[in-house]
Design a protein around this ligand. Structure first.
Ligand SMILES: Nc1ncnc2c1ncn2[C@@H]1O[C@H](COP(=O)(O)OP(=O)(O)OP(=O)(O)O)[C@@H](O)[C@H]1O
Ligand SMILES: [Mg+2]
Length: 233
């Protein structure tokens, strides 16, 4: 095997590695010593009850909250980097609540990222192409979620963070979101998603972590974690 290829494989293995991570908003830790990994090409889901710290974990990875502990991205420690530096390395987020710009058109919501590569994005989201002139605030909930994911993808991330993509959506629309996530996976993007909808998780996730009270309380394949849950009932 060529040295270059071997090196590439090593790099790809641990795309995201979180070691003994703590996060707080001032008083008390909300994330309490988390260890977590996302390998190259993997889709990993974080499940857990309201207030468990799921959104805080994603914010910590983006540098949007105060942390202690270490975060590595492709072997490089990023724990002290600013958010824009982390984005430049290949991390993008579709945040909780979608955070699109409601008064701007679909196209302008995408172009605001600074990238002009609309065609590649419209391949994954033909619905957004059809509606590119529409004011984003008038899109349906599912379309707004797609726009939020599409905007993150405009940044050409290696790791995409998704915070509850199914939130507030009807089952049929969640299926569309599931198709979109599968298309993103096919393009080799790694995904770390916070999600409470078990059928979406079972559909797309390779592995799961369960977060409760700021700690990882279970992890494994979708099947393993479901079995553990059932045993506790
Ligand atoms: N900006 C903030 N300032 C202070 N405390 C916060 C802030 N954001 C979140 N918290 C607290 O941190 C804890 C974890 O919140 P977080 O939003 O990470 O939970 P979550 O698992 O995403 O919950 P949900 O499922 O409701 O989205 C909660 O107790 C919350 O009240
Ligand atoms: Mg949340």
């Amino acid at each position: 095997m060529k040295a270059g290829l071997l090196w590439k494989l090593i790099l790809v293995r641990g795309m995201l590695k979180v070691e003994e991570l703590y996060a707080s908003y001032g008083k008390g830790d909300v994330i309490k010593g988390i260890n977590l990994e996302v390998l190259g090409g993997e889709t990993v889901a974080v499940l857990g009850p309201n207030g468990a710290g799921k959104t805080t974990l994603l914010k910590a990875i983006c540098g949007l909250v105060k942390t202690r502990g270490k975060i590595f991205f492709n072997g490089r420690e990023i724990s002290k980097l600013k958010t824009n530096e982390r984005i430049a390395l290949g991390i993008a987020i579709s945040p909780e609540g979608r955070r699109i710009f409601p008064k701007m058109s679909v196209r302008d919501n995408l172009l605001i990222t600074g990238s002009k590569k609309l065609d590649e994005i419209y391949e994954i989201f033909p619905r957004l192409k059809e509606r590119e002139d529409q004011i984003a605030g008038t899109l349906s909930g599912g379309e707004q979620q797609m726009l939020s994911i599409a905007r993150a993808l405009m940044l050409k991330p290696k790791l995409l963070l998704l915070d509850e993509p199914s939130f507030g959506l009807a089952p049929i629309v969640i299926e569309t979101i599931s198709d979109v996530i599968r298309k993103i996976k096919e393009r080799g993007v790694s995904i770390l998603m916070v999600e409470q909808n078990l059928s979406l998780v079972a559909d797309v996730a390779d592995r799961i972590y369960v977060l409760s009270g700021g700690e990882i309380v279970d992890s494994g394949s979708v099947g393993d974690v479901m079995n553990n849950k059932l045993r506790l009932l």
